[in-house]
Design a binder for this molecule. Structure first.
Ligand code: ADP
Ligand code: GLC
Length: 480
């Protein structure tokens, strides 16, 4: 099949979270299976400067209409591996920036224009570049307008640009909601600015367009598929999602085992496997060193790698500061985002630097070291569409402590509830229940045989993308 992906993040060219890992691994796995895969990504500074893009060949020029303006851009194409092409949609005014969505304090003010332009450019390239796509697969709100624009362009030009479109919701909490005036920038017919179109409480909602107009809709875990049809998790789009229930499926993400695999991980000071954990002890020693902790410490290390947002349950961790200060354990946090959360974590680390370490950098190597060197990985999310870190943890023999929501439930089994199959510990999404789970972690850690059994079961799990990509393959074939 000819499969086109459209996304605002793609590892290793631009990443703020799991979206980049998921799209990168899926595209690569589909290419390995012999499909012809193209990925469209905005031409951010880091992507254009990436060494893979140095040989970027074709520079196609295009122009798209954005409201009353005609805006030009160019496309750079390169191929990092067989069957895989990356198309960077470049326009310096919009994408020659360091961060994809905002300056750290708030979102960029021109995000509506930036991503409407991006989606229009993709559709225009499908038209003039004659890609002959079987499936166009769009990810999250930044790409959500593509299924709408594509069918509109087909109608206007009397051509077929893609046989089928798929829209994946990686996170329904981010919808791309903009003031009503932004609708004019799409140049879509006014009838699409209604309740059964993009209109949303007198604004426009780009994700709503993707959900309504794609041929198939997916989310990244079976549990999240059910959750987003409820008012509690649907973030206002639960009713819209329900209208697509017949075309909706939850496909779990996987782990890219060329990148997240302790046996080959070049970012670690030592490699290891379930059969020989000596390298994990080296990683632990290195993590203690990086945290500035005493090297002889023998107790449990709790690790966290996360965007600092309400979603990730950071406040439940902060509410348990007495636990981390009082118990004989260490806490290592790598995360950035919400300034208040950063500040409170910084205060916690300052209160006991011998026990708590915080880095607010974006640090790929440190994220691998935390997964490998910790004993427990803490991820008490309020909601979690899929979550990758709890899977990475299991692969790295680090026991995840997660909350009972979304993809976390689909990927972790509680070792106390299910002693013969458990791979982690599950709490409810609140501070008290997290405290209870942290206490259970301490108990598990002191029971060496049981701890080792949980760890071995976790490491034996197969989360490879070959399995996950097979689900998408079947979905594409089925829709065709
Ligand atoms: P989400 O996409 O909601 O942020 P996921 O668990 O799906 O959550 O994916 C998060 C990804 O982002 C993981 O690969 C994680 O290691 C990475 N990550 C988060 N924060 C940082 C950071 N400060 N430095 C490096 N990697 C990070
Ligand atoms: C989103 C979700 C996360 C998921 C990732 C990749 O960022 O928050 O749960 O793992 O997308 O699908």
């Amino acid at each position: 099949m000819k499969i086109v992906h459209v996304a605002s993040e793609l590892f290793p060219y631009m990443k703020t979270g799991g979206l980049a890992d998921a799209v990168g691994a899926l595209a690569s796995a589909l290419a390995d299976k012999g499909h012809e895969v193209a990925v469209f990504l905005p031409g951010y500074r880091a992507a254009v400067d990436h060494r893979d893009a140095a040989g970027a060949q074709r520079k196609l020029r295009f122009k798209v209409e954005l409201g009353n303006d005609f805006l030009a851009g160019d496309v750079r194409v390169f191929s990092p591996k067989k069957n895989l092409s990356i198309y960077l949609i470049c326009r310096e005014e919009f994408f020659d920036r360091r961060a994809p969505y905002g300056n750290g304090e708030r979102d960029y003010e021109d995000n509506a224009d930036r991503f409407i332009f991006f989606c229009k450019a993709v559709v225009e390239m499908l038209r003039i570049g004659d890609l002959g796509a079987d499936v166009v697969h769009c990810h999250d709100w930044q790409a959500a307008l593509v299924p709408v624009l594509l069918r509109d362009a087909e109608r206007r030009h009397g051509v077929t640009l893609a046989l089928k479109t798929v829209f994946t919701i990686h996170n329904i909490a981010y919808q791309g909601v903009f003031p009503a005036q932004a609708f004019a920038r799409t140049n879509l017919p006014e009838e699409l600015n209604q309740m059964d179109g993009l209109e949303y409480y007198s604004q426009i909602n780009l994700m709503k367009g993707g959900i309504l107009f794609a041929d198939r809709v997916t989310t990244v875990s079976p549990r999240y598929t059910k959750e987003i049809q409820t008012a509690e998790f649907g973030c206002g789009l639960d009713g819209v999602v329900q209208t697509r229930a017949d075309d909706l499926v939850g496909l779990l993400n996987g782990v890219d085992n060329e990148i997240w695999n302790p046996a080959v991980d070049a970012l670690l000071p030592a490699r290891y496997s379930a059969a020989d954990l000596a390298g994990k002890r080296v990683c632990r020693a290195e993590l203690l060193k990086r945290g500035g902790f005493a090297p002889e410490f023998k107790g449990p290390i709790f690790g966290m790698v996360t965007r600092l947002t309400e979603q990730k349950g950071v406040d439940f961790v902060l509410a348990n500061r007495e636990f981390f200060l009082g118990q004989d354990c260490r806490l290592v946090v790598l995360g950035s985002g919400d300034k208040r959360m950063e500040e409170e974590l910084r205060e916690l680390a300052a209160a006991a630097p011998q026990k708590v370490f915080l880095s607010t950098k974006l640090d790929e190597a440190m994220s691998h070291l935390i997964e490998a060197g910790s004993d427990f990985f803490v991820m008490p999310s309020v909601f979690e569409p899929c979550g990758l870190n709890q899977m990475y943890s299991q692969v790295y023999g680090t026991i995840p402590v997660v909350s009972r929501v979304g993809g976390l439930v689909d990927t972790v089994i509680d070792a106390d509830e299910n002693p013969s199959a458990g791979t982690g510990l599950i709490c409810e999404p609140n501070a008290t229940s997290l405290r209870d789970a942290l206490q259970r972690a301490l108990i598990l850690f002191t029971d060496a045989p049981r701890h080792a059994a949980v760890q071995q079961r976790a490491m034996a799990k197969d989360y490879s993308w070959k399995v996950a990509a097979g689900g998408y393959e079947r979905l594409y074939q089925d829709s065709l």
